[in-house]
Design a binder for this molecule. Structure first.
Ligand code: COI
Length: 348
């Protein structure tokens, strides 16, 4: 693979004590093109603008998918990449649904590992820091015919990050708009899923809520996700999360929460959960905790859920399931706890 290094690193200009999520990018990026039926010319180049024709199909039809991944530094300054194979598999599942050619594993893994090794100083070892990794693929063919492109571009960029949210997360149950219908692309990390969520989220923001709770597209009765996260409820002694379907993202952090909760002896249920069930359980003091999970946010406790004029509020303490899961997950990611599930790759 060709590697063209920058002759002027921007690392020294970065204020690591003020890093709003996803705004600062590391020195290099990986890029590979798909032409004539093959992925060709994988290379690492300095981070910078990409050439694109105004007719590029992605700009007109949104044929684009992405992943979110993270790497962490341990106390010996070694870079640890979390669950890379799972992200690779999911990217290719999204690719099938969006009619994008499969990315070969060697191109994805070599590009990713070389890139983060080269920019490894962008990841700080102090608590709370990680390197957020954003692989994405888009239709770069020049042409506005509404049909699948024949040319694509695959890029990986990385961004030093700390926390995603600052402050409480209060949710409003969304009853009009839908994140994803059955048979649609909700299970995939399609760029358009996020574009379609912005308007309803802004309406909720205006009413003082940080995010919405997405409900099913037919009856708006069953809960699917919240904001850009999978959602979890502690109901009695169970930890409940909506079961996967076409319209729910198969989150890698979601999978990790299931595995860690099971390790802790917690009864995890993946099933349908209605808004009505939550209110009944809340009124009977059985619904005691709610949190979201995602790569960017990690595990994030939620302060309240509002449905029409009714509100359920929650407090989070060190003994909550979310605090215990969060500290276990973080200690595995930072190489402080034994990686019994084999989730970590040490980058050399
Ligand atoms: C992630 O958690 O990586 C996501 O994909 C959410 C993102 C839209 C910030």
């Amino acid at each position: 693979m060709q590697i063209i290094k920058t002759n002027k690193s921007r690392l020294k200009e970065v204020n690591f004590s003020n890093l709003p999520f996803g705004t600062v990018f590391s020195d290099h990026m990986f890029i590979c093109k798909y032409k004539d039926g093959k992925w060709v010319e994988p290379k690492i180049i300095p981070y910078g603008p990409i050439e694109m024709n105004p007719g590029a199909k992605v700009l007109h039809y949104g044929q684009s998918i992405f992943e979110g991944m993270k790497a962490f530094k341990n106390s010996n300054n070694e870079l640890l990449l979390f669950r890379k194979d799972d992200n690779f598999i999911r990217l290719n599942k999204s690719a099938v649904r969006l009619s994008i050619p499969q990315i070969p594993k060697d191109i994805f893994i070599n590009g990713l590992e070389k890139l983060i090794s080269l920019d490894n100083e962008w990841c700080k070892k102090d608590d709370g820091y990680s390197l957020y990794i954003r692989p994405f693929v888009y239709a770069s063919e020049d042409g506005v015919k509404a049909s699948t492109a024949q040319e694509f571009t695959f890029i990986i960029i990385t961004s030093p990050s700390t926390r995603y949210y600052s402050g409480d997360i209060n949710l409003l149950v969304e009853e009009k708009y839908t994140r994803a219908p059955q048979g649609g692309v909700g299970f995939a990390k399609a760029a358009g899923n996020y574009a379609a969520s912005f308007y309803p989220t802004r309406q909720a923001n205006k009413k003082g809520f940080q995010q919405v709770v997405w409900t099913d597209s037919i009856e708006h009765k069953y809960i699917e996700e919240c904001g850009t996260m999978n959602i979890w409820f502690r109901i009695g002694d169970e930890l409940v999360t909506p079961q996967l379907s076409d319209s729910i993202l198969d989150g890698i952090t979601r999978k990790s929460v299931i595995a860690l909760a099971k390790d802790m002896g917690i009864d995890v249920q993946e099933r349908k959960v209605s808004v009505k069930e939550l209110f009944e359980a809340y009124n009977n003091n059985k619904f005691t905790e709610v949190f979201g999970s995602g790569t960017a946010v990690g595990i994030s406790p939620i302060r309240s859920i509002t449905f029409r004029s009714e509100k359920m509020s929650f407090t989070n303490n060190n003994d909550s399931i979310s605090s215990r899961l969060k500290s276990k997950l973080q200690s595995i990611q930072k190489g402080e706890a034994f990686d019994s599930h084999d989730w970590i790759t040490k980058i050399h």
